[in-house]
Design a protein around this ligand. Structure first.
Ligand code: AMP
Length: 355
């Protein structure tokens, strides 16, 4: 595909806050965005040029929509692989492609792929029945986390386990879905690499954010991470390796556990812009949303120079619904326009300069 000109149409599969921020950045670069999603009143559609209401498993509707776009991308990783493949087979350019979806949708496939790339991960084992737990949990030193292979996010679909726990109850809590048992990692801190790869294979990594989770949900990202230079280099090299192996075009996030000795273990990756990169538009020469748009339209990447130290605070549930407090907060506020504030739901974020 030749690089697109301003005025072209970018199709985005998915209508959440990431799609909303991608659409705003695309508009700033002169593109029209067309959102395809199954919700009527989604945050992304309300800032996009157009919105097609449809299901992800409706190939005819998807194709009809995609044919009105010059390139198609996605803002969430659970787009059915078959849907992306069908569009590609019909000659639609889909960036970053079907492979990143296939690999990231299943935690077992994902961990195996990371290891094939030479990227260390926690030890893991497949669990299809409670009897599959006793041997590996022993081998992992008696502590593990059982996670559903598919559809888990923000700490959902996970159970912490110790040797001798009730494995039947643990599997039941996950609806007996195909699962993965991971060794419990006694990490010192968590970081992520936000890496961009363009259509000719050039890559750029942002400075690493240090990420703090509460109840499995990202609470705060702080930059700089203050990690040693060689640790940062290892993390970035791993993320670039992953992006090349997936022939990725766009922005992806690779999450790591950092051990006391500075060694790294990858936890998972997201084939999309990422919550831990929400500080980049305010603190860097090119934000992650603009960067993703640049990559998918075939433009060169923009510089990722960071101008100041920064932190990003997620606003969850009712936190985003108290305007006086939020509006008087020091920093740049982004609200996602969600109509209903459920507990733990990501409603917005605040980016603060750190001095
Ligand atoms: P995930 O859904 O895999 O991103 O997990 C959510 C959070 O749970 C991570 O950010 C960690 O804080 C924690 N966690 C996940 N996997 C492990 C593990 N194997 N060992 C220790 N903590 C973990």
């Amino acid at each position: 595909m030749t690089p697109l000109k301003a005025g072209s149409t970018i199709g985005i599969l998915g209508g959440g806050q990431l799609g909303r921020m991608l659409a705003s950045s695309a508009a700033q670069l002169g593109f029209d965005v067309s959102i395809y999603c199954p919700e009527d009143d989604c945050p992304a559609a309300r800032v996009a040029a157009s919105h097609t209401f449809g299901q992800y498993n409706d190939p005819a509707a998807l194709l009809a929509w995609a044919q009105s776009c010059d390139v198609v991308t996605y803002e969430f990783e659970n787009v059915p692989v078959t849907a992306a493949e069908a569009l590609i087979a019909a000659g639609i350019t889909v960036r970053p492609g079907a492979k990143p979806l296939e690999v990231s949708q299943d935690r077992l496939t994902e961990k195996a792929f990371l290891r094939e790339c030479g990227i260390p991960t926690a030890d893991f084992a497949a669990v299809n029945a409670p009897d599959d737990i006793a041997d590996p949990i022993k081998a992992f030193g008696g502590k593990g986390i059982l996670k559903t292979c598919r559809d888990g996010y923000d700490g959902k679909g996970q159970v912490r386990l110790e040797e001798g726990d009730d494995y039947v109850a643990a599997c039941k809590a996950l609806a007996n879905a195909p699962s993965i048992l991971e060794a419990f990692v006694p990490f010192e801190l968590e970081v992520s690499v936000i890496v961009a790869r363009d259509a000719v294979g050039d890559t750029l990594c942002y400075d690493l954010p240090r990420n703090e989770h509460v109840n499995g949900i990202l609470r705060r990202s702080v930059v700089p991470s203050n990690l040693a230079e060689d640790v940062v280099k290892n993390a970035c090299e791993a993320a670039e390796k992953l992006a090349h192996a997936l022939e990725y075009v766009g922005v992806l996030a690779l999450e790591f556990f950092v051990m006391k000795d500075g060694s790294l273990m990858a936890n998972e990756f997201a084939p999309r812009v990422h919550n831990s990169g929400h500080w980049t538009p305010e603190a860097c020469a090119t934000g992650q949303f603009e960067q993703h748009i640049r990559a998918v339209v075939g433009w060169p990447l923009g510089p990722v120079t960071r101008f100041h130290d920064v932190e990003m605070l997620n606003l969850l549930g009712e936190e985003a619904m108290v305007p006086p407090e939020v509006l008087s907060a020091d920093g740049v506020l982004t609200l996602y326009g969600k109509r209903e504030a459920k507990a733990g739901r990501k409603m917005g974020h605040l980016v603060r300069r750190r001095v």
